[in-house]
Design a protein around this ligand. Structure first.
Ligand SMILES: [Zn+2]
Ligand SMILES: [Zn+2]
Length: 441
């Protein structure tokens, strides 16, 4: 009898972990999925010489290599398939998927070409279509979705045009037109909700192909015009993009986007903060949040950076991330973000067992005792993180690495980088935050 009860309990817990139906918010909520930074490495193969496992380890020994990947390598196709297979039964009829770029592996330019990059983007697009034939996918272009990497131009080119061709099933004609011209687009998700895919690589520091012009590809003008139009029609907007605005959480005083362009984007996002109800990014491969404050210190926008599917880390990096993907829950009336269901694969365990058990890592409102993920709630979280060694910060940092290594601690400068990046997205406020380190102690 006891065994039977135990089995029932295990079954109930497994069902809860597999199908997100237990959350307070899910009753009449709407949802979408976010998957990012797949970074397929077609050379990945488990072999006796750890230096030969994958090109993306660049000669470093991938000694932990197994069928689902290694922490010095980009994704084997099997890892990507396991992620999609996990999502497949969970995706519901009205869900959509956002996919924020980076299909090719981290390898030197000689190992790729424009054609190779297009083939990798095509491979990933077909994988989405195979697993989710009836679901709309909204993609963004990443800094690796170009050859040579990072050098995305502010005008039409073979890769933007190939993307527009590959994504024809998901996007409407007017969206395909701006995608082919400048790598960005706007599309109505449903009446009242618009999605803007912004090409933030045009503002990315390492991109030397874009000159010093104040408005590459006219995207700022387009962004303002599109947001003004949405405001007029009383629509709400989700912003998606590859490289996030704000400061990197693992470095001091470093924006991914050029500083002047970061400031310009933030001023547009503040101006239209009543229209924008969520911003969703990839690129850092780690799990983090940001809350945009207006000049009076009021929280006006919620921003989320989703962890990658690829587990890759550089040989000199102290830690990495387990593969992750997530579900967002939002309010179907005003489109505010209500919750995140973060799923992950324990890569070490999966390789040992030779089986991929993707599991629920956390539900964000439950993990931090929040009522939702609207700007006010994220501000509350940000202020809690300001207490060093707080339970909230320990949990936040464990999630940042997607449970990679619980023995790795983040204190002092590491902690300050994290918390200042959550709350302060512009130069002045961020500088003030890091300069007043002693105030937080
Ligand atoms: Zn990436
Ligand atoms: Zn990237």
């Amino acid at each position: 009898m006891f065994v039977y009860k135990l089995l029932c309990l295990v079954l109930i817990l497994r069902l809860r972990a597999a199908a997100p139906t237990g959350s307070a918010h899910l009753g009449d909520s709407a949802r979408f999925w976010h998957i990012t930074d797949l970074h397929l490495d077609p050379t990945y193969h488990v072999t006796s010489d750890p230096r030969e496992v994958c090109s993306s380890s660049k000669g470093s020994p991938a000694s932990d290599a197994g069928p689902f990947g290694a922490f010095l390598c980009d994704s084997p196709y099997r890892l990507i398939q396991s992620a999609f297979s996990h999502m497949e039964p969970l995706v519901q009829a009205h869900d959509f998927i956002i996919w924020t770029g980076d299909s090719p592996p981290h390898v030197s330019p000689e190992k790729l070409s424009t054609d190779a990059v297009i083939q990798l983007m095509k491979n990933m697009t077909l994988t989405f279509r195979k697993h989710f034939p009836n679901t709309t996918v909204f993609p963004s272009i990443g800094n690796h979705d170009y050859w040579p990497q990072d050098q995305l131009p502010a005008f039409t080119n073979q890769i933007y045009r190939a993307a527009a061709e590959l994504w024809r099933d998901w996007l409407k004609d007017d969206a395909l037109l701006t995608l082919a011209e400048g790598g960005f687009y706007s599309q109505l998700v449903k009446p009242g909700l618009r999605l803007l895919s912004v090409n933030t690589i045009l503002y990315y520091g390492p991109n030397k192909a874009v000159g010093n012009g104040s408005d590459p590809a006219g995207q700022f003008l387009w962004l303002e015009k599109t947001l003004a139009g949405a405001a007029q029609r009383l629509e709400k907007v989700f912003i998606i993009g590859h490289v996030p605005v704000g400061f990197l959480p693992y470095a001091r005083n470093t924006t991914a986007i050029r500083e002047e362009h970061n400031e310009r984007l933030l001023s547009i996002y503040r101006k239209y903060s009543d229209v924008i109800t969520g911003q969703f990014y990839g690129h850092t491969h780690r799990d983090s949040v940001m809350v945009l404050l207006n000049h009076q210190g009021k929280a006006v926008n919620s921003l989320f950076v989703s962890p990658a599917v690829t587990p890759i880390k550089d040989a000199k990096d102290p830690f990495s991330n387990n593969p992750g993907l997530r579900l967002y829950v939002y309010d179907p009336q005003d489109y505010g973000v209500m919750d995140i269901w973060q799923y992950y694969l324990n890569l070490t365990e999966a390789n040992e067992r030779r089986r991929s058990d993707w599991r629920l890592e956390y539900v964000m409102t439950e993990a931090f005792g929040l009522s939702d993920l609207r700007p006010q709630s994220l501000l509350k979280l940000g202020l809690e993180l300001m207490t060093p060694h707080s339970d909230a910060f320990l949990t936040y940092f464990r999630h940042f690495m997607v449970g990679y290594d619980s023995s790795f601690t983040c204190e002092g400068p590491c902690w300050l980088n994290q918390v200042c990046a959550v709350l302060y997205l512009d130069q002045d406020a961020y500088a003030h935050c890091v300069a007043n380190e002693q105030l937080w102690r």
